[in-house]
Design a binder for this molecule. Structure first.
Ligand code: FES
Ligand code: CO
Length: 348
């Protein structure tokens, strides 16, 4: 090769990407699935999600008759009906009705491929492999009356899911990417944190960092200093979900829950919630939403500029990207764990 820029592998040649089939990933919010089928995409596969009676199902979004998208159809008597010729599929994915020839359904015995589907944290999660590794993450503040909880709009970035996750837990970027919002160029130093594992969760806490008490936030918190110094408690559920609880000096709490989903190897859809137990009146919602949007808009162009887009942890990338001792400890530990999972699951 003429230049030494790390090559982005084809997705199927990237073991880290292949391993992701074994995990639950969010594909939409729960409220989006009511009485109609809903089309989503996960790891390049088109999937239809629907509620058939009390069963939540996820199936390949392709009718075995002539390939039409089942997500364009409807739910009829707890069956998923294809929009093209009205074939109907039950909760198991079995074709139980062929209207043009009723007697043929049992003879032809056709089936749509089914995937695991479940609900957690106000989201629909799908796993493409036979046996999901780990349980889907939970978001306990969702039903906790002490909090005002807001659902963020999902957003797509042209990046891979591990890069999006790393960005969320990258301490050294706050001073530069978020100078004036959640960081300051005056405080670029990153102290080491202790990182440990609890089941399928990577844990670390961070405190002692001053950040700007921007506008209304300071006021709603009832703090007067221009700098605020929260304790940040992180739970990273492997491989792509972060629960960040920020505890302010007066005990008030602000929570961010973000789950990144691999739409394909180079497109990440992030689903998220925020929760706060101060300034809980609805009139303040717009401030908190706008603030997060502003922070995300600061990250997006930087993360989309990273090359290669994919993280092939077993390939060139590990030799090309150099972590800084202490400052990048979270990234080092995250990549170490993701590589272990890659080695365990990529070829299963
Ligand atoms: Fe679905 Fe014909 S393509 S019923
Ligand atoms: Co950021």
């Amino acid at each position: 090769m003429l230049n030494n820029e790390p090559r982005s592998p084809a997705p199927h040649e990237n073991p880290t990407y292949r391993a992701l089939r074994h995990f639950w990933h969010p594909v939409c919010y729960s409220h989006e699935i009511v009485d109609k089928p809903h089309g989503v995409q996960l790891m390049g596969e088109k999937i239809v999600v629907a509620r058939l009676g009390s069963d939540l199902v996820a199936m390949q979004d392709r009718c075995p008759h002539k390939g039409a998208a089942l997500s364009l159809g409807q739910v009829v008597d707890c069956k998923l009906e294809c929009p093209y010729h009205g074939w109907q599929f039950d909760q198991q994915g079995d074709c139980v009705r062929i209207p043009a020839r009723e007697e043929m359904a049992s003879v032809m015995n056709r089936k749509v491929r089914k995937y695991h589907a479940t609900e957690s944290a106000g989201m629909i999660w799908v796993c493409l492999a036979d046996e999901p590794k780990y349980a889907p993450p939970e978001f306990s503040e969702l039903d906790d009356g002490e909090y005002r909880v807001l659902r963020g709009n999902s957003y797509d970035w042209s990046t891979s899911t591990p890069r999006r996750l790393e960005n969320f837990v990258d301490f050294a970027h706050f001073a530069f990417v978020h100078d004036g919002t959640i960081g300051s160029r005056e405080n670029p130093r990153v102290e080491a944190v202790k990182v440990w594992r609890e089941d399928n969760v990577m844990r670390f806490d961070r405190s002692g960092v001053k950040e700007p008490g921007v506008g209304k936030k300071k006021e709603l918190l009832g703090l007067t200093d221009d700098w605020i110094e929260p304790t940040n408690v992180y739970h990273v559920t492997m491989p792509h979900t972060v629960h960040l609880k920020r505890i302010f000096p007066n005990g008030k709490r602000y929570v961010l829950f973000m789950a990144a989903s691999p739409v394909d190897a180079t497109t990440t859809r992030s689903f998220w919630w925020q929760a706060r137990d101060f300034g809980t009146e609805a009139e303040h919602d717009a401030f908190f939403m706008d603030f997060e949007d502003e922070v995300l808009a600061e990250d997006k162009p930087i993360i989309e500029s990273q090359t290669p887009i994919q993280m092939d942890l077993a390939g060139e990338l590990a030799r090309q990207e150099m972590p800084v001792r202490h400052a990048d400890i979270v990234s080092v530990e995250y990549r170490r764990w993701l590589l272990e999972l890659t080695n365990e699951l990529a070829n299963v």
